[in-house]
Design a protein around this ligand. Structure first.
Ligand code: C5P
Length: 209
């Protein structure tokens, strides 16, 4: 089998991570959640009492990031996501992470990477590029239901505002803004469940092979 490189991009809470994980499992490929890199930098800066808007400080933290930092337990939540999107605007931070992501992508078997700029900047040479999206309302509803299921008190309107603010920051930044690559296949998950999204993605992968 020749290596297979799959790039998955899209806004927060569209179902990218779920798809990336299940695709990697099904195709037996290594998987990198690139959001974790930015989340870890945001969290490390917060813990060190550094200003998230300080591009130079953020770039230093990004340059020292180790794989162990990605295993921190506090990276998956909403707060780390906010911190991540603030440090992700700095070009120096993004530049410091390019080599690690490309090395991961170009392993012997290929890989699945998900993020915001995989198809456009990190792996423009990917074999299959997917852009996974859904309306802000659907994404906010899913996130709200997820948190309610965990027994947390949440307000849909507040989550919707958060989702929209994150979209605006990720799409509006000058460096590597969120957008579909010209050759990306767009999958709108607003009316699809995870199994349907996986089946759709697999059909494009089979088509490429
Ligand atoms: O995907 P996730 O929600 O974990 O990403 C957190 C934040 O990290 C995003 O909102 C975005 O600002 C940033 N990010 C990025 N480029 C990536 C992955 C994540 O800018 N490839």
């Amino acid at each position: 089998n020749k290596p297979l490189l799959i790039a998955i991009d899209g806004p927060a809470a569209a179902g990218k991570g779920t798809l990336a994980q299940s695709l990697a499992g099904r195709l037996d490929l290594p998987y990198l959640d690139t959001g974790l890199l930015y989340r870890a930098i945001g969290k490390l800066m917060q813990l060190a009492g550094l200003d998230l808007d300080d591009a130079a400080a953020a770039t230093v933290v990004a340059g020292k990031l180790t794989p162990a930092d990605l295993r921190r337990p506090d990276l998956r939540g909403r707060e780390a996501g906010e911190l991540a999107s603030r440090v992700a605007v700095h070009p120096g931070v993004r530049a410091a992470l390019v080599a690690f992501q490309r090395d991961f992508a170009h392993g012997p078997r290929g890989a699945v990477l998900d993020g915001r700029d995989i198809g456009t900047v990190i792996c423009p040479d990917a074999d299959v590029k997917l852009y996974v999206t859904a309306s802000a309302e659907v994404r906010a509803r899913r996130r709200t239901d997820e948190l309610l299921a965990k027994g947390r008190a949440v307000d849909y309107q507040a989550i919707l505002a958060e989702v929209k603010a994150r979209d605006a920051r990720d799409s509006g930044r000058a460096e590597a803004p969120l957008r579909p690559a010209d050759d990306a296949i767009v999958i709108d998950t607003s009316a699809l469940g995870p199994a349907e999204v996986l089946a759709t993605a697999l059909s494009f992968v089979e088509n490429w092979r």
